[in-house]
Design a protein around this ligand. Structure first.
Ligand code: ZN
Length: 172
């Protein structure tokens, strides 16, 4: 298992639409293992494959907040089947938008159809943090970041700040 580099905004790859996976094989499982390691290392609760530069519709999550307890979840080709009209608000952050947080409103409950680590078809009925997290991760598959829900001004301020933190570009 390998810890991969997480791409950060601004980066064109983060805006790519990820492609469905044909079948869950050894290669996909290895990718999920690496993604999980990368996510734990970065202290995140969710990671989409595109965040390490791979445009596949694969997500890993672990929203268990107890120390020394791991409850990894794997989602391949997730599709939202049902969204609740009720909304909830969480303060969201993102490993690809470091140190930036904003309150985002999303449907409070949703149903997601997906393939698990073993390629089996499953349905997740999510609410609360789990519902918000899976919707945030599924946005990544469409090239959408949580800052896209903010006003233009707020979003451009965040991107400007993030661009400043990147190392200087040199041409030699
Ligand atoms: Zn994210």
């Amino acid at each position: 298992m390998t810890i991969k580099k997480i791409l950060t905004e601004p980066n064109k790859l983060l805006r790519e639409i990820s492609k469905p996976v044909d079948k869950v094989g050894i290669e996909e499982q290895k990718l999920m293992d690496d993604m999980l390691d990368t996510m734990y290392d970065a202290k995140g609760i969710g990671l989409a494959a595109i965040q390490i530069g791979i445009p596949k519709r694969i997500i890993v999550m672990d929203i268990c907040r107890e120390e020394n307890k791991k409850e990894p979840m794997f989602f391949v080709n997730p599709v939202i089947k049902n969204k609740n009209p009720e909304k909830s608000i969480y303060e969201e952050g993102c490993l690809s938008v470091p140190n930036q947080f904003a309150e985002i409103e999303r449907p409070s409950k949703c149903e997601v159809e997906y393939l698990n680590y073993d390629g089996e078809k499953k349905i997740l009925k999510a609410e609360g943090l789990l519902a918000t997290c899976i919707q945030h991760e599924m946005d990544h598959l469409e090239g959408v970041l949580f800052i896209d829900y903010l006003s233009k001004l707020k979003k451009s301020m965040i991107i400007k700040k993030l661009s400043k933190n990147k190392p200087d570009r040199i041409v030699v």
